[in-house]
Design a binder for this molecule. Sequence first.
Ligand code: ADP
Length: 243
Amino acid sequence: MIELKNVHKAFGKNTVLKGINLKVNKGEVVVILGPSGSGKTTLLRCINFLESADDGELIIGDTKVDFKNATSKEILAVRRRTAMVFQNYNLFNNMNAIENVMEGLVTGRKMPIGRAREIAKQALDKVGLKDKYEAYPLQLSGGQQQRVGIARAIALNPDVILFDEPTSALDPELVGEVLSVMQAVAKEGITMIVVTHEMSFAMDIAQHIIFMADGNIVEEGSPKDIFTNPKEKRTKQFLERIL
Ligand code: ADP
């Protein structure tokens, strides 16, 4: 349901993605692992056009986009099919939880306010924040803020949710609550592409692991393949350091 073909991206002379090919099936949870600077975040950001890739193709559902010649209509179509959860939550501090979740529905999707409020409440209930509708981000813990971020993504009812290191800004004791919400989202069958260093999540929840290094996909496979029987030297070295 999502396919990337030969994606290239450079920042000036620094080539960050060197021809990425990737297929993600509907309902699949894909985890992207790799050392810092290997291009994981850039790849996620190219999928929803927060960065524009220089070359390659993106197919998502029945929308097919050539990165080099993407029209604004195509970009909008892709954005409507994707939602992103950010490392630093990216919430509006002047809006309460429910307003943060409603914002994209009302301004982006032009949904009537009453309907958007209902959907926002349902999404906040799903992430365990029924009692925090009116709370402002700075009144919430980091874990709760990230759960608002996840509720905002769910509310958009996207084809895929892109998670960019969703727990790496959190104090260790708050990581578990966010991972368990992500696990619940995965159980609902929402397609997820997750950049994370949380190996337990990768092992237990992902169906497919991508290992990236230096702008390339070095190795991919099931969690069992990658964690118990990595084939490439760079994958082995990375896992030895992190596990
Ligand atoms: P990872 O997520 O694997 O840590 P990134 O995708 O964040 O890697 O970064 C890959 C490379 O791209 C790094 O060398 C980084 O400095 C560079 N990079 C990322 N974003 C930008 C940007 N907006 N401008 C210039 N260079 C960038």
